[in-house]
Ligand binder design. Structure first.
Ligand SMILES: [Cu+2]
Length: 160
């Protein structure tokens, strides 16, 4: 009995350590969580998207590209500090997701860039997109638009 209880407690601990929220999407070895887009002012031609990708596998994968109906030219970008000036540029070979790593696309870091934006993004809207990984293949996700002032993801504070 004692062994059973201990085993059950361990199982609970494992699940508690890795909560899978309603927004998490698993495909192959990858878990994608909390995809969101920052709302844009009227007339904006670009928008930025953020999410977190965890690779639970033993081999590296790569976010090669993505597509969404609201962007005529979606690109995966990185920010870099060049002589004190933050610049961004497309990652021509995609974004590496090393084995066992969690890669966050967030403000001032890697991000999805929605160039040629077809309409302004308003907080509360949702847009579907397809992320394309070298190994895991295409993964359908849904982005939630958050207010312009939004920074980091709020981990689980979302109501339907
Ligand atoms: Cu960018």
């Amino acid at each position: 009995m004692r062994i059973f209880v201990a085993g059950f407690a361990l199982l609970v601990a494992v699940f508690a350590a890795q909560p899978l929220s309603a927004h998490d999407i698993a495909k192959g070895d990858l878990v994608i969580s909390a995809p969101w887009l920052r709302a844009t002012p009227a007339g904006a031609e670009v928008a930025a998207g953020y999410l977190t990708i965890t690779n639970k596998g033993l081999s590296a994968d790569r976010l090669v590209s993505f597509s969404t109906e609201i962007s005529g030219q979606p690109e995966v970008h990185e920010m870099s500090n060049e002589g004190g000036v933050m610049k961004m540029r497309p990652l021509k070979n995609g974004l590496a997701i090393p084995a066992g790593a969690t890669v966050k696309l967030q403000s001032a870091g890697y991000h999805l860039m929605l160039m040629k934006l077809k309409n302004p993004l308003v907080a509360g809207q949702r847009y579907k997109a397809t992320l394309v990984f070298e190994k895991a293949g295409p993964v359908e996700v849904e982005f939630e638009v958050r207010a312009m002032g939004a920074g980091q993801q709020k981990s689980h504070g979302h109501n339907h």
